[in-house]
Write a protein that binds this ligand. Structure first.
Ligand SMILES: Cc1cc2nc3c(=O)[nH]c(=O)nc-3n(C[C@H](O)[C@H](O)[C@H](O)COP(=O)(O)OP(=O)(O)OC[C@H]3O[C@@H](n4cnc5c(N)ncnc54)[C@H](O)[C@@H]3O)c2cc1C
Length: 355
């Protein structure tokens, strides 16, 4: 979408559009020498290798026999370390600009915040087992320049170490380079794994084009406010807050553009597969309700969604009576009865058996 098929065509041809386009736009490192050969984004390296592993006829980016530097110390960086090791890299070092996290929660990182703790993942452990230098991570390390050989290929990375201090007045962290800390690491393959900045641009750009077209249209309809696809502060696709139950369900999957929904990483930012699965299911439920006026698709595991009322209503329209209406002679709440109702595709069969 956005390359071969335009979003406006898709919208025109369909009643609803659910975007699940991920959040794989990588953060770049625009320092001198960035245009040297042998510098790749992590996902290009990992993606090609995975496709090769599944049997695609493509040339992977190979770390075999090379000094590899992975820039970025997160989970994606760890996957780059592990993959480089399996490909037969000569050496592997990983730079992280932040300090090494503590072994136990710091005072400014209390529960229930996500714990920022030092952890040793598989890639770090495998490198430590293979080479006597141990853990490949170098903290407080900032890349200053990619050095290159006469063929234009990266040959090394010039770095400095940095110190972090917290401003007592504002509480903000400040970074300063340490003098005389310059060091050059040999490198023929640099992998950039410094996080992701939201959905790929061309997905949003096509909506930008769409919005421009709609601005012209809106001269007549005054509908422009309803038609823009907004982004949140982290540049992901923004969805509407949920009006349900005083905000106990924090959001919907509906974007600010009528009929357009978003779920998974493109809505919440880089996350986990379990979240993508859950969001996909719940977004499908919301789209179903948007199209049909009600939905029989299930709510999140075991938690009763107040919209279960609409499930019950839809079931009764279909001629179905919930299996449990009384428990030990006590009437069961409509929500519970609706929750215990069979899955959607079973309604008609069960209803006809009962008649
Ligand atoms: C290196 C790495 C390792 C990870 N490891 C783990 C892990 O071990 N466990 C875990 O739970 N999670 C892991 N994650 C996170 C996990 O991969 C994501 O959270 C999850 O895949 C998000 O699912 P999604 O469907 O939202 O997006 P994606 O899986 O990113 O899928 C988006 C799809 O949309 C396609 N697309 C994008 N733009 C367009 C367009 N304009 N038109 C058509 N198609 C488009 C993309 O090509 C892609 O196929 C990892 C992520 C990375 C980057």
């Amino acid at each position: 979408m956005g390359k071969d098929v335009s979003a406006s065509d898709l919208l025109a041809a369909n009643d609803a559009l659910l975007l699940c386009t991920g959040a794989t736009r990588p953060r770049d490192l625009p320092i001198p020498g960035r245009d040297s050969d042998g510098i790749h984004f992590a996902m290009e390296f990992l993606g090609k290798w995975q496709r090769r592993q599944r049997g695609d006829e493509i040339s992977p980016i190979s770390a075999e026999g090379l000094d590899v530097v992975v820039i970025g110390g997160g989970d994606t960086g760890c996957d780059c370390i592990g993959t480089s090791l399996r490909q037969g890299a000569k050496s592997i070092v990983s730079f992280e600009i932040l300090p090494q996290p503590p072994e136990a929660r710091a005072g400014d990182n209390p529960w229930p915040q996500f714990p920022r703790l030092f952890k040793v993942d598989y890639g770090h452990e495998e490198v430590a087992v293979k080479w006597k230098e141990g853990d490949p991570r170098r903290y407080n390390t900032m890349s200053k320049e990619f050095l290159r050989d006469e063929n234009g290929r990266i040959s090394g990375i010039r770095t400095v170490t940095v110190a972090w201090t917290k401003d007592p007045a504002t509480g903000q962290w400040k970074m300063a380079e340490n003098s005389d800390s310059e060091k050059t690491y040999p490198c023929q393959l640099a992998l950039l794994a410094m996080g992701f900045l939201g959905p790929e641009e061309y997905v949003k750009n096509i909506f930008f084009s769409l919005i421009i077209a709609l601005i012209v249209f809106s001269l007549f309809s005054y509908a422009i406010q309803q038609l823009g696809l907004e982004r949140d502060g982290r540049s992901n696709i923004k969805v509407k807050p949920s009006p349900v139950n005083g905000g106990s369900i924090p959001h919907t999957y509906a974007t600010s553009t009528e009929g357009v929904f978003a779920a998974g990483d493109c809505r919440r930012g880089q996350s986990l597969v379990v979240w993508a699965i859950s969001e996909g299911r719940q977004a499908a439920r919301e789209v179903d309700e948007y199209l049909m006026g009600h939905t029989l698709l299930p709510v999140p595991g075991g938690v009763i969604h107040p919209k279960a009322q609409s499930v019950r209503k839809a079931a009764s329209v279909a001629g179905f009576r919930p299996a449990v209406e009384k428990e030990d002679g006590v009437p069961v709440s409509p929500k519970k009865a609706a929750f215990e109702a069979p899955p959607a595709n079973d309604y008609r069969a069960r209803a006809s058996r009962r008649q």
